[in-house]
Structure formats: C-alpha cells, structure tokens
Design a protein around this ligand. Structure first.
Ligand SMILES: NC(=O)c1ccc[n+]([C@@H]2O[C@H](COP(=O)([O-])OP(=O)(O)OC[C@H]3O[C@@H](n4cnc5c(N)ncnc54)[C@H](O)[C@@H]3O)[C@@H](O)[C@H]2O)c1
Ligand SMILES: [Mg+2]
Length: 358
C-alpha cells in the first residue's frame, strides 16, 4: 500500500508535504507511487538508524512509541471476536500506567529494545515484563501471554516475524550481560542494538546462526525428511547449521551428503527467513537437484528418523492438510508439512508449482 493515511503523518517533513499535495493526481501514476514508497522507506530506515546511534533520541522515541509485551519471553496476544490472534501494540504511556498500578518503577520501560517503526514512523519496542505478575498484566491488557512456539504460528502476516524478532533481541540481552573475554559486565545502548564491555570497550552485536534449508529434487520427486522430535507425521526439507568458513553452497552440499548420502548437482536460491527456534537462526533456502540415477537415500542414522521421495500428487495432498492428522488410535497419521510461516513451506509450494507447469 502506498498511500495509507498514517504514512502522511510521518517524519519525512518537506518531502511528505510535497507528496501529500500531489497525492491525488499521482494515484494513477505507478512510477510516481513507487518513488513515494521508496522515499518513505528510506526515511523510516534513516530514522531507525538514528535511534540506534543516538541514545537520547531513542529514549525520546520510546516515550511516544508503541510496545510489544512479553512475559518470560512469551509474547502477549489478543484474540478478536472473530477468533483471530493479533499482536497488541500498547502505547508507552499505557505501559507506564500498568507499571504504576503494579507498584513497579517506570524505569523498567527503558529496558525495551527497538524492533522497528510503523509507516508513520512511530518507533516500536519490545519489553519483557517477566518480573510482573503475569495474570495481572494479562487482565489489564485484555490479552494472554502465549509461548512463542505456539504464538508464532497463530499470528498472520508481518506480526509473526515481528514477534520473533522482539523475542530474539530480548533473549540475546538476557544472555549477554557479561563479556565472554573479560567476564566483566556489558552495557547496552538504548536501542538494544549492541552491548559494550565496560572494561575493554569491546562491542557485541546480536547474533544469529546461519542455517541452510534445501528442497532436493530428482526432477520428478522431492525429498522430505523427519527428525524423531518433529510432531507425528510432519516431514520437512533438509536443514543444517553452516560450519565456520563455509559458503551457502558448500554448507548445503555437505548437509545433503551427511544426512541422506546424496550428491547435489545444481542449486538455486529461493529466499531467507529469520527463525527463532530454538534460538535465532538465519535460514537461507534453496532448491537443489540430484541425478535420478543417483537418488538412493542413505540415512546417516544419527539425526533423521526417516527420509522419503514424494511425488507431486503426494505433496499437494500434504499441503492441503491444515491440522496434524491422527487416526482414531492416536497414532501418527498421514504426512503433513510445516505451516506457511516456515520457509520450508515456501520451498515445497514452489516445487509443486514448478512441477505443475512442467
Ligand atoms: N523455518 C523452517 O522452515 C525450518 C525447517 C526445518 C528446520 N528449521 C530449523 O533449522 C535448524 C537447523 O536444522 P537441524 O536441526 O536439522 O540442523 P543440523 O542438521 O545442523 O543438526 C543439528 C545439530 O547441529 C549441531 N550444531 C552445529 N551448529 C549449531 C548451532 N549453531 N546451533 C545449534 N546446533 C548446532 C548440533 O549438534 C545440533 O544437534 C533448526 O533450528 C530448525 O528449527 C527450520
Ligand atoms: Mg539437519
């Protein structure tokens, strides 16, 4: 969307005034609209950059910003009358009110971390209120704190990555209070985008582990596998953590060889995703092909419980199954694949679409 009312209340100053005056006549002009969108995007990014660099500006932004709440890393969700889960963005003043009512110091608000900003450049923060009584906060906010493993899949659209990012940043701060070289305390900046060792000045940044995820095809079928820890019946694309010094292609070739004993011939990049489980990973997703003449699966034994080739028809059936199916005895039922918020789902859909076309 290019011209939401909120976008015109932003901080683009003169540029936005100019855009505003030409808004109506420009609506038919796609190139103009694209340009406007780019200007607003750049303005938002520059604003966020400033908040990361300038503690004073960030503290100011927090006072008029919106806040996502977590309780011991579980995000607060609210359910609409139609049963849809949403992420309530509270105003900083609301959070201060809650802290006041529960007899807590407003200073807790300053432990929020910056996670983004709205189209109208209202800064968005995440705050863990794990020191407050959970039920009391839930009642005051009209929501429920739900474990991220569940919440992530209940949320739709940009809410899911936003809630994952907020949790990942909070978790990183909770576990990086000390310098790993000196053992001395580290101090965060106001945005929460870095921590500095108080003894040496060494700077630490939030970390993610790079992971490759790959959908292997032999041209006619695709390969899905499952670990014993997956829910019954769920199969996914092969995935693995990158080793130090590896390229994406090298990591992907190694993982496929390690896990199913196949040699990848070609690969194609598909997309990427931040994945919060079990901790922050940066997933790089690719399609890969193996020769149909060398497609015999040889499991390494340690990690995977099963790996199988699936036809397009089987994949399309599995994509239709929304809920993990079980038979009457409660045993694992038919095969199903990860939901749309997982990049594995995108890979599988892309493959099925490609097969349908060819
Ligand atoms: N988003 C998706 O669609 C999707 C789908 C499948 C898997 N995943 C994620 O991919 C990740 C990697 O998959 P995997 O478990 O098959 O990896 P893997 O095949 O590399 O095996 C995991 C093992 O790798 C080792 N390891 C090496 N570096 C590690 C690190 N930085 N953190 C943790 N363990 C490390 C550990 O011994 C661990 O037991 C998992 O976190 C999983 O949640 C995401
Ligand atoms: Mg693996």
């Amino acid at each position: 969307m290019y011209f939401t009312p909120s976008a015109w209340r932003g901080r683009c100053g003169k540029v936005q005034l100019l855009l505003c005056s030409r808004r109506i006549e420009a609506t038919a002009d796609l190139r103009w609209r694209r340009w406007c969108c780019t200007v607003c995007y750049v303005s938002r990014i520059r604003y966020l950059m400033r908040l990361k660099e300038d503690d004073e500006a960030c503290r100011g932004a927090l006072q008029s910003g919106s806040v996502l709440l977590y309780h011991k890393l579980a995000p607060l969700l609210r359910q609409t009358e139609r049963g849809i889960y949403q992420l309530p963005l509270l105003q900083a003043t609301d959070v201060k009110g809650i802290l006041g009512k529960l007899g807590k110091d407003e200073e807790l608000l300053n432990t929020s971390v910056l996670v983004g900003c709205s189209e109208s450049e209202v800064a968005q923060f995440s705050l863990d209120v794990g020191s407050l009584e959970k039920a009391a906060v839930e009642e005051m906010c009209g929501g429920v704190f739900i474990d991220l493993r569940k919440a992530f899949f209940l949320l739709k659209g940009p809410d899911a990555p936003l809630v994952a990012k907020g949790q990942a940043l909070i978790r990183w701060h909770q576990t990086h209070g000390y310098c790993s070289a000196t053992g001395q305390p580290t101090e965060r900046n106001q945005a929460g985008s870095q921590r500095v060792c108080l003894k040496t000045g060494a700077t630490y940044y939030p970390q993610m582990a790079p992971v490759v995820i790959v959908l292997v095809s032999d041209g006619r079928r695709c390969l899905l596998a499952r670990q014993s820890t997956f829910p019954p019946g769920m199969y996914s694309a092969l995935a693995g953590f990158c080793d130090m010094g590896e390229t994406t292609g090298e990591a992907l070739r190694r993982e496929v060889a390690e896990e199913v004993g196949l040699e990848v011939e070609s690969l194609q990049y598909s997309g990427s995703q931040h994945w919060p489980f079990p901790q922050s990973s940066f997933m790089v997703a690719c399609h890969a092909t193996v020769s149909p003449d060398n497609a015999e699966i040889n499991l390494s034994g340690a990690e995977l419980e099963d790996a199988r080739w699936f036809t397009r028809e089987e994949i399309e059936e599995s994509l239709k199954r929304k809920v993990p199916p079980r038979n009457l005895m409660g045993e694992p039922g038919e095969v199903w694949v990860p939901p749309s918020s997982a990049i594995a789902n995108k890979l599988i859909r892309e493959w099925a679409n490609q097969q349908r076309k060819s």
